[in-house]
Ligand binder design. Structure first.
Ligand SMILES: Cc1ncc(COP(=O)(O)O)c(C=O)c1O
Length: 442
C-alpha cells in the first residue's frame, strides 16, 4: 500500500475545493496513472471520465511529454522571465498562435486558468488606457466560472465561489445564463431558441450603463463548471455583433474548451465567432505542468506595446514563473502530440459516439434530470436529494470506488473523456456511471 494511515493522518494538507473531513476519513489517493486509467492506493484500476479536470486529453503520463521535460531540465531549470528569456517560450508561443484564429498572434504566459483571467482583465485595462478610453465596467454572466483569483471571483456567477469573498472588483454586471429548464436532453446540445434574445442582455446593459463605459465581456463559450451549458444558436454571434457596435472587447475563456475539447482548436472556430482575447490553460501541457496563457489580437498587443516610450517596460505585469522552462517543454511536446496523433480530429470523431452513449445509457434513469453535451464535454445532472450538491458529492465518492473518476460540481457530473479514449472506454464510463446511480436507488 502506497499510503500508511498509521504514519500519516493526512491532516497537514488543507485540500482545495474538497470536503476535507470526508476525504480524510475515506481517502481516495491516486498513486499511478497511464493513458485513460488511474490506480488508487489499494491498487485498483479507475477509468478517468473527466480527463483529470479537463486537463489530459492525450492520456496520463504521455512518454513524449515526460521525455521533453526531462531533457529540458538537464539544459536549464529556471530562467528569469523579466528582461531575459529562453528559446522554448518563443517556440511555444508561436505554436499556440498557429492554433488561434487570425489575427491573434501574441501570447502571454501565466501558470493557471485563474491567472489567465486576471491577466486578461489587466490587458484590457492597459489597452483601453493606452487608447485614452476610460471604460471601467466588465460584463460577465450568471453561472460563469472564471477561476478563483479576485478578478475571476469578481466575474463569477456561482454563489458559493463569491458570497463570502466580498473584496471583489467593482463595476461587474451580469448577463443571464443560457440554461433553459424547459429545454432538457437537447440532442446536439444547442437549443434553437432564445440565442439572440439572451445575447441582447448585453444590449440592455449598454442601454442602462452606457456602452462607452463597458471595457469587455467575458464568457465561457460553453459554460463548464456549472454543468456544460452550450450556447444557444446565434448567441455568441450576437454578442460579437453588439461588442463590435460599441467598441467592447469580447473575451472567450477557453480554459476548458481550448485545444480540441469541442473537436476544433478552440471554441472560437467551432462556433465561427472570433473573440479579441482567449484565455487558456489545462490541456496546454496535457495537465502535466501548471501553465496558462492569454492570446490577444495583434491590435491589442500593438496598442499596449506602442503606448510607452521605447526602452521602458510597456506592461507592468508578469509572474516569476511566466513561461517556466518545464511548462514550455511540456507545452511544446503537447502541441506536437496534438498534431502527430491527430488528437483534435479524433475528438471530433469520438464526440457523436460519446453523446449517443450518454443518451442511450442514462437518459431514462430515474435520478437523471438532464444531459447536456458539447463535443467531448458533457454534464449529467441528477435531481438534488437532501439539498443542492449533497447527492453529487456522494456520487463522486461512490463512483471512485466503483472504478470511475468523475468530477461533480453540485449535482452535475462533468464528463470529459480523453481524446485517446476508444469506444469501449466510453461504454465503460457510462456503465459504471449507471451502476452507481442504480446503487443509490437501492
Ligand atoms: C473557464 C475557466 N476559467 C478559469 C478556470 C481556472 O483555472 P485554474 O483552476 O487553472 O486556475 C477554470 C477552471 O476550471 C475554468 O474552467
Amino acid at each position: 500500500m502506497a499510503y500508511d494511515s498509521a504514519t500519516n493522518s493526512l491532516e497537514a494538507h488543507w485540500m482545495p475545493f474538497t470536503d476535507n473531513r470526508g476525504f480524510k476519513s475515506d481517502p481516495r489517493l491516486v498513486v499511478r496513472a497511464e493513458g485513460v486509467h488511474l490506480y488508487d492506493h489499494h491498487g485498483s484500476q479507475i477509468i478517468d471520465g473527466s480527463s483529470g479536470l479537463f486537463c489530459s486529453p492525450a492520456g496520463h503520463c504521455h512518454p513524449k511529454i515526460i521525455e521533453a521535460v526531462h531533457a529540458q531540465m538537464k539544459d536549464y531549470t529556471y530562467v528569469m522571465p523579466f528582461q531575459s528569456g529562453h528559446p522554448a517560450s518563443f517556440t511555444l508561443a508561436e505554436k499556440i498562435a498557429r492554433l488561434t484564429p487570425e489575427p491573434m498572434n501574441h501570447v502571454f504566459f501565466v501558470n493557471s486558468g485563474s491567472e489567465a483571467v486576471d491577466t486578461a482583465l489587466k490587458i484590457i485595462m492597459a489597452y483601453h488606457h493606452a487608447r485614452g478610453d476610460m471604460r471601467t465596467r466588465f460584463v460577465s454572466r450568471e453561472r460563469a466560472y472564471h477561476g478563483v483569483n479576485i478578478g475571476g471571483v469578481s466575474l463569477s456567477g456561482m454563489v458559493k465561489n463569491r458570497d463570502i469573498f466580498h473584496a471583489t472588483i467593482p463595476g461587474v454586471v451580469m448577463m443571464r445564463h443560457t440554461w433553459d429548464p424547459d429545454e432538457l436532453f437537447i440532442p446536439g446540445g444547442h437549443s434553437d431558441h432564445r440565442g439572440v434574445e439572451l445575447a441582447n442582455d448585453l444590449e440592455r446593459i449598454c442601454a442602462t450603463y452606457g456602452p462607452g463605459t463597458i471595457a469587455a465581456v467575458f464568457v465561457e463559450p460553453v459554460a463548464g463548471s456549472t454543468g456544460t451549458l452550450p450556447p444557444p444558436k446565434g448567441y455568441l454571434q450576437r454578442l460579437r455583433e453588439i461588442c463590435d457596435q460599441h467598441g467592447i472587447l469580447l473575451v472567450f475563456d477557453e480554459v476548458i474548451t481550448g485545444f480540441g475539447r469541442l473537436g476544433t482548436n478552440f471554441a472560437a472556430q467551432r462556433y465561427g465567432v472570433e473573440p479579441d482575447i482567449i484565455t487558456m490553460a489545462k490541456a496546454l501541457t496535457n495537465g502535466s505542468i501548471p501553465m496558462g496563457a492569454v492570446a490577444v489580437r495583434d491590435e491589442i498587443y500593438d496598442t499596449v506595446i506602442g503606448s510607452s516610450p521605447r526602452g521602458l517596460t510597456e506592461f507592468f505585469h508578469g509572474y516569476t514563473y511566466s513561461g517556466h522552462p518545464a511548462a514550455c517543454a511540456a507545452g511544446i511536446a503537447m502541441m506536437d502530440i496534438l498534431e502527430e496523433e491527430q488528437l483534435i480530429p479524433r475528438a471530433a470523431d469520438l464526440a457523436p459516439y460519446f453523446e449517443k452513449a450518454l443518451f442511450d445509457g442514462l437518459k431514462d434513469h430515474a435520478l437523471v434530470k438532464d444531459i447536456r453535451v458539447a463535443g467531448l464535454m458533457a454534464s449529467v445532472e441528477v435531481f438534488p436529494k437532501g439539498g443542492p450538491g449533497i447527492l453529487g458529492t456522494e456520487l463522486q465518492k461512490q463512483m471512485f470506488w466503483n472504478g470511475l473518476s468523475v468530477k461533480f460540481t453540485g449535482d452535475n457530473a462533468v464528463l470529459a473523456p480523453q481524446f485517446i479514449a476508444a469506444h469501449h472506454h466510453i461504454d465503460e464510463i457510462v456503465e459504471k456511471f449507471r451502476q452507481t446511480l442504480d446503487q443509490q436507488l437501492g
